[in-house]
Write a protein that binds this ligand. Sequence first.
Ligand code: SAH
Length: 373
Amino acid sequence: MTTDASSFFSWSRDKLEAWFVAAGHQKFSARQLMKWVYHQGLTDVQGMTDLSRAQRDWLSATMHFKLPEVVTVARSTDGTIKWVVRVTNGNCVETVLIPDKGRNTLCVSSQVGCMLDCTFCATGKQGFNGNLSVDDIIGQVLIANSELAQRGEAVTNVVFMGMGEPLLNFDNVLDATSLLMDDLAFGISKRRVTVSTAGLVTGIRALAKATDVSLAISLHAPRNELRDTLVPLNRKYPIEVLMDACREYLDVLGEKRSLTMEYTLIDGVNDSPREARELAGLLRDVRCKVNLIPFNPFPGSGFRRPSMDNVRHFQTYMLKAGYATMLRTTRGDDIAAACGQLVGQVTDRTRRQERYRNRDAAEANRLAVQERR
Ligand code: SAH
């Protein structure tokens, strides 16, 4: 047994039960503990009257129920709320709550920064400083729930579309999704818990063996030569290989469910009729919905958002081609909480921030020289 208390929120049901059994207690008691905490909101172990005195003392000595520290809260005029939270390794990540017509969608982070460096995403520019623990991820949901409880509501949908690549933090993300979908914990339907990936094929295949959580693919381009420039991971797992993995995952989801294809529309880069046509062709035998996200700018990105006309044309083409195609309206951009704008506070271990700062400085210098001419 450990001497350091561990976070209760780091334990999926299976692991908690195994831990109880290993310590000589009943599996059943682990379930009682989960109900007290997740259903009754009680974290004072001594008040858990159906556990024995010995169990309560053992739990008091070995477990804690602390949430990550909230460093700042920002509230958008459109109702979106962004929390900056300090996670176990001391860095900060961002979590965004998007209330919309009776739904409360929480966009959670899975890593501090991101290793992937997609060219149009602000998170990538922060570099990377490690994986979040299960309790760091669950803590984000509990923080949002404590806010929503004040209006008698709770998080209804969770998307792993905050900072990081969830499939590169596979084990912790898997345990977190299992708690989110567990009736003894959050009890959110598997249709409302979505892992989003930039296309880590090995991760998709591993996920298919482990669960049937909903899956979104950040596609952004219908052909390799273009996708290579937006999502560097594409050079390792090109589109054909990614689509094969998607079809395998669809077998797991079953016929009634489909994947979500995310496509960030960037002016003059991937938003022309040619890309719409190619995208419709590519996805013909991949059961999916398409989610179009007009590019959200951030300083130094070098990309622009397309005109609303272009966005509508792209959407109309996809709709006519038979794809359920949603336009993700920009939410929370006044508090830098929109897709691709999440940065947290990352102590960069990759020196990427420094490289980008130098690149920005070089670019500014070049422009200044041009201007002087
Ligand atoms: N790494 C995972 C999880 C992050 S999801 C993934 O790639 O899926 C973040 C979503 O927002 C992705 O679909 C991403 O492509 C999109 N996104 C990133 N930067 C953006 C920006 N500047 N504007 C609009 N969407 C962006």
